[in-house]
Design a protein around this ligand. Structure first.
Ligand code: SAM
Length: 242
């Protein structure tokens, strides 16, 4: 997969080259290119924003600069691209979104700042490629860069070969619609607290049942909306007994 990020703060994306993702880039599993939006400005001040039509506070990112930037970035590679525009006014980014995007050949992220990007940039792009306006949560960040770090990490760890053990992604929260339950490691007792007996029993069936029950319990407590959204056949008789 190739990932392009267009931003006025390229340095913000440096963590993409750290740790797991950095190793995936080195191994050639994912290709990342970060572009400075100001490279496509033509004035001495390298302005990327202007006052909003209709008045009001803040500034809006100019369509001409974004249009030229996206044209150039898209032309730099032949693979078909999906454009992602982070915005608090977007559809929620979920694990299912990450799974769907992990099947793409190319993702291009457009990081907004100020009051966001002139809407015509999104509308014009949508006429020639798939475009998603997405939010990473119900809060407002200063810019799209942190949202891109979140989304790229969620997608990249699903790419074949990126995680050491792919089974861990299959057992993570949201994979079966539930939150994952608690995890423990050595020592057996720490500050007077012991690891649950069943996890030391070696009884695989009992361990799986205990994990499932804790996942159901935690989801009911913290995210009842997830439980309510499960399809009817997602819970078996033992789940319902719980
Ligand atoms: N005026 C916009 C609104 O109220 O919907 C908020 C713009 S915000 C201050 C500036 C930029 O931060 C956005 O263009 C977007 O790139 C990013 N951003 C802020 N919150 C976000 C969120 N929850 N999810 C994704 N991107 C976000």
């Amino acid at each position: 997969m190739r990932i392009d990020v267009v931003t006025i703060f390229p340095g913000y994306l440096a963590p993409l080259r750290e740790a797991l993702l950095g190793r995936a880039i080195e191994a050639g599993l994912v290709e990342v290119a970060v572009h400075d939006l100001r490279d496509w400005t033509h004035d001495v001040h390298q302005a990327v924003d202007d006052a909003p039509y209709g008045g009001g506070p803040g500034m809006v990112m100019k369509p001409q600069v974004w249009g030229e930037a996206l044209d150039a970035v898209l032309a730099a590679d032949e693979r078909p691209a999906r454009l992602v525009v982070p915005t608090p006014a977007g559809r929620p980014f979920r694990q299912s979104t990450a799974q769907a995007w992990a099947g793409e050949q190319r993702l291009v992220f457009a990081c907004g700042r100020y009051e966001g990007i002139d809407q015509r940039v999104v509308d014009e792009a949508a006429a020639r490629m798939p475009v998603d306006e997405v939010s990473i949560g119900d809060y407002v960040l200063v810019g799209g860069e942190v949202a891109v770090l979140v989304m790229v990490e969620a997608v990249a760890r699903l790419l074949p070969g990126v995680l050491g053990n792919p089974v861990s992604a299959e057992q993570d929260s949201f994979s079966d619609g539930l939150l994952e339950g608690p995890a423990y490691t050595r020592p057996l007792t720490w500050r007077g607290l012991s690891v649950p007996e069943v996890l030391r029993s070696g009884h695989h069936g009992a361990i799986a049942r205990w994990r499932r029950d804790r996942a159901l319990e935690r989801t009911a407590d913290r995210r009842p909306d997830l439980l309510a959204a499960l399809p009817a056949d997602a819970l078996d008789a033992a789940d319902r007994a719980f």
